[in-house]
Design a protein. Structure first.
Length: 202
C-alpha cells in the first residue's frame, strides 16, 4: 500500500511540473568548437527569449564554454528594430513587455573569458515606449527585468565609433557585471567616452 502511494505521489509531482504553473530555469550552452547547444550567443538568446521559456517566471542562464571572440550584435529582450518598431506606445507594449521577461545571465564558464564585440553593421533599436523615435545602435542592446554578465570581456571595435554606436545600451531594472573586463584600444580615436556604455536607462 505504501509503495503504491509513493508511486501515485511521484506521478502527481511529475504531472505538476510538466503541466503549467511555475516554470523551470533554462540553462543553455554556447561554444564554437561543438559540444554546445548553440554556436552563437544570439541563437541561445532567441531559443530562450523568443519562446515561452523566456517568460515563465524563472531565471535563465547562457554559459559560454570557451574564450573565443564572438563577433555579433546581441539583442537581449527581443527589442524591435527601427524597421520593426510600431511607432506608438500602446502597440510597443503589446510587442515587448520588459516586466514579464525572466532574469537572464550570460556568463563564461569557469576558467574561460569569452570576448563580445561587433565589427559589422549595427541594427538600430529603441527601448522607450514613451519615445518610439529614440533609437540607438549598440553591440549589446538589452531590455528586461534583470540582466547579468559574468566572466566575459567587452571589446570596443573601432567600427562602433564610426557608426556612433555604444558598446552597451538599453533599459532594465537591474544590470549586473561580475568579474567582467571592459577593453578599448587606446589608439582608437573613434571612442568618445559615453559611446562605450550608457547606464542612464537602467
Amino acid at each position: 500500500m505504501q509503495s503504491r502511494m509513493l508511486r501515485l505521489l511521484s506521478a502527481t509531482v511529475a504531472v505538476s511540473l510538466l503541466g503549467g504553473g511555475a516554470g523551470l530555469a533554462t540553462d543553455l550552452t554556447v561554444g564554437k568548437g561543438g559540444g554546445a547547444d548553440h554556436t552563437t550567443i544570439q541563437a541561445a538568446l532567441d531559443a530562450i527569449q523568443g519562446t515561452a521559456l523566456g517568460k515563465d517566471g524563472t531565471a535563465d542562464t547562457i554559459t559560454i564554454l570557451d574564450s573565443e571572440t564572438y563577433d555579433e550584435q546581441l539583442n537581449i529582450g527581443q527589442i524591435p528594430s527601427a524597421a520593426e518598431h510600431p511607432g506608438d506606445a500602446a502597440t510597443w507594449l503589446d510587442m515587448v513587455e520588459p516586466d514579464q521577461l525572466d532574469a537572464i545571465t550570460i556568463q563564461g564558464a569557469e576558467g574561460q573569458r569569452p570576448v563580445i564585440e561587433s565589427s559589422g553593421d549595427l541594427t538600430e533599436y529603441g527601448v522607450f515606449p514613451d519615445d518610439p523615435g529614440d533609437m540607438f545602435r549598440a553591440t549589446v542592446a538589452f531590455l528586461g527585468t534583470s540582466v547579468t554578465f559574468i566572466r566575459v570581456e567587452f571589446s570596443y571595435h573601432p567600427e562602433l565609433g564610426l557608426q556612433e554606436g555604444y558598446m552597451i545600451n538599453g533599459q532594465s531594472q537591474d544590470l549586473v557585471f561580475e568579474d567582467v573586463h571592459f577593453v578599448q584600444n587606446p589608439s582608437d580615436e573613434t571612442f568618445a567616452g559615453e559611446d562605450y556604455i550608457n547606464l542612464n536607462n537602467s
